[in-house]
Design a protein around this ligand. Sequence first.
Ligand code: NAD
Length: 248
Amino acid sequence: MGTLEGAVAVITGAGRGIGRAIAEELGQGGARVIVNYSRSKEPAEDLVQKLKEHGSRQAVAIQADVSDATQAARLIEETVQHFGRIDILVNNAGINLDRTMKKMTVEDWNTVIQVDLNSLFYTVKAALPYFTEQKSGTIINISSFVGQMGNFGQANYSAAKSGIIGFTKTAALELARSHVTVNAICPGFIETEMYAIIPEKVKEAILQRIPLGRVGTPQEVARAVRYLIVDGEYITGQTLNINGGIYM
Ligand code: NAD
């Protein structure tokens, strides 16, 4: 890619947290940003306004539940209708429903796999014809260190996040001939609402496990996304760990 200026970037689940920080980082770099949201319109519209005021030439909010194949495909179609192309796809949307396997229901399992893993196939499949026709593009999938090392009470989430890594490598192989790079980012614990709901006692124990002694910020993940897009032309099929050393 080399530059963000004028590039069209779709970020799923961009209303808050890591997705929002990625949208801000890319928008400030001059990208035209599609802010995808599922339910909360207000934070997404607020972000679009902010992006327009600070750098991004254009930004648009598009509602779509990416765990639904039809809605995920519509997100990509509406992006192309709006901006005429798609250059960057960041699959960020994710949820967790944590329980030990003893208590985890089949529904808990399926819901997390559907949102955190299947949605990536839906968006990438829909974007694929545009990327291959353009013969350029970048896909970045937000996985997790939990997909690399497992985590107590997160069988569904860790399976989805591991799956993202395998999916990323295969997509990288299949799209390389079209000059499209596909990489995964594995964040460690990052200060967002997903982290905020963890009980204080558990947070204290978590901090003990992080060699750098603190949780990360959404902006630190966003800067890694920007790096892969702007300076990562020769990087594909990789997982980039932004985790304070919790998994090496
Ligand atoms: P978050 O809960 O703050 O934000 C997730 C966003 O995804 C929300 O805006 C939510 O509305 C959206 N979303 C959820 N389901 C959706 C759907 N079906 N369609 C469209 N949007 C949907 O979480 P976050 O911490 O910002 O997490 C972002 C990503 O980073 C997730 O994939 C998460 O698994 C991953 N991650 C987070 C951490 C962390 O510690 N926060 C660590 C590792 C990986």
